[in-house]
Design a protein around this ligand. Structure first.
Ligand code: URA
Length: 201
């Protein structure tokens, strides 16, 4: 019997692999399209996400959506998820144990999504996904080739909301994603992409 997306979602809902299952209201799996050339991975659900069962639906999500739609992405182009699928209490950063416990589900999710480009939103996603302590400010904005993926670390939209002077950097990085996807034929070119600066910050 084959293991379908619905089976995967059910597995996520039943998951008790770490203590976050005790305090969650909802398991937060996806927003966007299951199969998509672009996957964006954040840290973990916050209060809004936990209540709605969807990733990035609070203030940071609004900024992310604004960026994605400004660059002409539609929900068919991307798959949004997180390192952990259950809200860490008080919105704390997920522990290494929690991230590790959730990783097999994320690995399955990536197999369903089959993305070519993976954007890691913020230092926690970068740290746990790449198993590194390198500073996000040092590595952001450059594609890393790994296991046939092109991985782009960038700032977390919540960080940008607190550090407005870095806003242009996140804009640029999402612009790089658009450019790369067009270059690879993963998305049809847009003739007039607003505010698409060329090159790195
Ligand atoms: N921040 C994240 O990292 N993920 C969400 O889903 C919401 C906010």
């Amino acid at each position: 019997m084959s293991y379908a997306w619905a089976d995967f979602v059910e597995e996520c809902k039943q998951c008790k692999a770490c203590p976050l299952c005790e305090t969650r209201n909802n398991v937060v799996v996806i927003r966007g399209s299951v199969r998509a050339p672009l996957m964006l991975i954040g840290e973990g659900p916050g209060a809004n996400e936990d209540l709605q069962g969807l990733p990035f639906v609070g203030q940071a999500g609004k900024l992310l959506d604004l960026l994605l739609s400004a660059y002409g992405f539609s929900g068919d182009d991307y798959h949004i998820c997180n390192i952990v699928k259950c809200r860490p209490p008080e919105n704390r950063v997920p522990t290494a144990e929690e991230a590790k416990a959730c990783m097999p589900l994320l690995a399955k999710q990536i197999r369903f999504g089959r993305p070519k480009i993976i954007v890691l939103l913020g230092k926690t996603a970068y740290k746990y996904f790449m198993s590194t302590e390198e500073a996000i400010g040092k590595v952001r904005g450059r594609f890393i080739e790994k296991n046939d993926f092109l991985i782009l670390p960038t700032f977390h939209p919540a960080y940008i909301l607190r550090n407005n002077n870095e806003r242009i950097t996140l804009w640029r990085d999402i612009g790089l994603v658009r450019e790369k996807m067009e270059e690879l034929g993963l998305i049809a070119p847009l003739s007039d992409i607003p505010m698409m600066p060329k090159g790195r910050a």
